[in-house]
Design a protein around this ligand. Structure first.
Ligand code: HEC
Length: 122
């Protein structure tokens, strides 16, 4: 009996170590917001509506509105991760959307995904 519970405990710990929360696609939206202000806001806008100052002059691309639930439902979390990591071109979108995989850690990109998702809850 003692032996079994020891085995169970060990495997529970192993699962906890190999699967940190963010690896399941659950980032921290608060940390994501800080990263957004630093890296994304100038194009995507403070509220993620796509009205950042750097996009004002661009008329050829329609940037998304992260607060629009219907629009954002088109993307899976994996899509949001991929477009942020690999840039717009990776999803057949505009190259104006830069790739961040060399600038941000995997965890940070998941934090951003969580932040983006938190905007379209209503
Ligand atoms: C230089 C401007 C620019 C910056 C900086 C930028 N983006 Fe974008 N992003 C774009 C453009 C333009 C599109 C639209 C591409 C299209 O639809 O063809 C886009 C699209 C996206 C999309 C797909 C949904 C949408 O809004 O259309 C996601 C998700 C996204 N960006 C995430 C991010 C994240 C996260 C950051 C910061 C780490 C970031 N972007 C920084 C320009 C930018």
């Amino acid at each position: 009996m003692k032996r079994i519970s020891h085995v169970m405990l060990t495997s529970l710990i192993a699962v906890g170590v190999t699967l940190p929360v963010w690896a399941q696609g659950k980032g921290d939206p608060k940390l994501g917001k800080e990263l957004h202000v630093k890296h994304c806001q100038r194009c995507h806008g403070e509220q993620g509506k796509g009205d950042g100052p750097a996009m004002k002059a661009v008329k050829t691309v329609k940037i998304g509105d992260w607060t629009n639930r219907e629009e954002m439902a088109k993307y899976s979390d994996q899509d949001l991760y991929k477009i942020t990591a690999e840039g717009g071109a990776a999803l057949g979108k505009s190259k104006l959307m830069p790739a961040y995989k060399d600038k941000l850690k995997e965890k940070e990109i998941w934090d951003l995904v969580a932040f983006i998702r938190s905007l379209a809850k209503k």
